[in-house]
Design a protein around this ligand. Structure first.
Ligand code: NAD
Ligand code: LMR
Length: 334
């Protein structure tokens, strides 16, 4: 016999309503990321925007019985402004992905303009939102957003994040494969930026620092730095990481919201405006940050680096400086 079961309420641990906009929501990352955000009880109002297809994705997700409304928008009828109006979190995976043989920097000529235009709309419609930039090259697109916001007088460095979580995600997985351990319990601090040699895993700070041989270390560092290429190659022209990125983006978005909700000790790596190497002309740098009610709450020290890691850092800084300047120049010289 059919029995009515008491309806379990989908209660949220959060005290605040969260309006979240995903820009590029119908894409390879956008769709699974939107799904994960639809499942997140912190999100109450999910707005999906893309050049096309976002209304279909939203209609699909809207049938999932979680405690949020979801709507899709396209450029018609001022869809971008409507999607962004008073949003508290804006996640940007809009833009083109790599094909084999390309570097992330090769995406700049197309993606910088896309990110600039979306940032301009965000500055006009939700100037206080936390902006999470996924679009590559992150080392340059984050400065593009910063300069765009600066120009419009609404830049808040505590609320702009380049999403580098995928590097941490990969590092946990790859080190667990080497050590035959539970990947969910592994943590590697990643600093620098989000492209090849700018990604620096601090293996000396893991519990395996003594047992990993120099050969294993070199292979592991290389795999973490070029994990993205592994996926680009395997997808063979059909794009880059989307599902692992959706997981990573959803994890980072949840951490930002946990911080906004006042939870304590919320720590993630991200590419943010940072004091760490500002005196060397490097305005943005990825490291472990504590997230709080107003965004970035604290940027900690890097901790001890061994000679090998100091070498990686020097090489990283050279490239990072150029990447950041390229993003800033794109707006300043427009
Ligand atoms: P995709 O081509 O599958 O999707 C991109 C989406 O962006 C498309 O639906 C497209 O219509 C949309 N788009 C393009 N211009 C737009 C605009 N002006 N406004 C709104 N939407 C727009 O690509 P993808 O695989 O989802 O990757 C997206 C981006 O994320 C790429 O730049 C990729 O390099 C980057 N990425 C970053 C990381 C990271 O760790 N930060 C990881 C993976 C991919
Ligand atoms: C990644 O690290 O997977 C992304 O940055 C996408 C890419 O181009 O590799």
């Amino acid at each position: 016999m059919f029995r009515l079961v008491a309806k379990r309420s989908f209660s949220s641990t959060s005290t605040n309503l969260r309006k979240v906009a995903v820009l590029g929501a119908a894409g390879g990352i956008g769709q699974p990321l939107s799904l994960l955000l639809k499942l997140n009880p912190r999100v109450t109002d999910l707005r999906l925007y893309d050049l096309k297809g976002a209304t279909g994705v939203a209609a699909d997700l809207s049938h999932i019985p979680t405690n949020s409304v979801v709507n899709g928008y396209t450029p018609e009828n001022d869809g971008l402004s409507t999607a962004l109006k008073d949003a508290e979190l804006v996640v940007i995976p809009a833009g083109v992905p790599r094909k084999p043989g390309m570097s992330r920097d090769d995406l700049f000529s197309i993606n910088a303009g896309i990110v600039r235009d979306l940032a301009t709309a965000a500055a006009n419609n939700c100037p206080n939102a936390s902006i999470l930039v996924i679009s590559n090259p992150v080392n340059s697109t984050v400065p593009v957003v910063a300069q765009t916001f600066r120009k419009l007088g609404v830049y808040n460095p505590r609320k702009l994040f380049g999403v580098t979580t995928l590097d941490s995600v990969r590092a946990s997985r790859f080190i667990s494969e080497l050590q035959n351990t539970d990947p969910t319990k592994e943590f590697v601090s990643i600093i620098g930026g989000h492209s090849g040699i700018t990604i620096i895993p601090l293996l000396s700070q893991t519990k395996y620092s003594e047992e990993i041989t120099p050969e294993q270390r070199d292979a592991l560092v290389n795999r973490i730095q070029f994990g993205g290429d592994e996926v680009v190659k395997a997808k063979n022209g059909a794009g880059s990481a989307t599902l692992s990125m959706a997981y990573a983006g959803s994890r980072f978005a949840n951490s930002v919201m946990a911080g906004l909700d006042g939870e304590s000790d919320v720590v993630e790596a991200a590419f943010v405006e940072s004091p760490l190497f500002k005196d060397e002309g490097i305005e943005f740098f990825a490291s472990q940050i504590t997230l709080g009610k107003d965004g970035v709450e604290r940027i900690g020290e890097l901790g001890p680096l061994n000679e090998y890691e100091k070498g990686l850092l020097e090489v990283c800084k050279e490239t990072l400086k150029k990447n950041i300047k390229k993003g800033e120049d794109f707006i300043n010289n427009a």
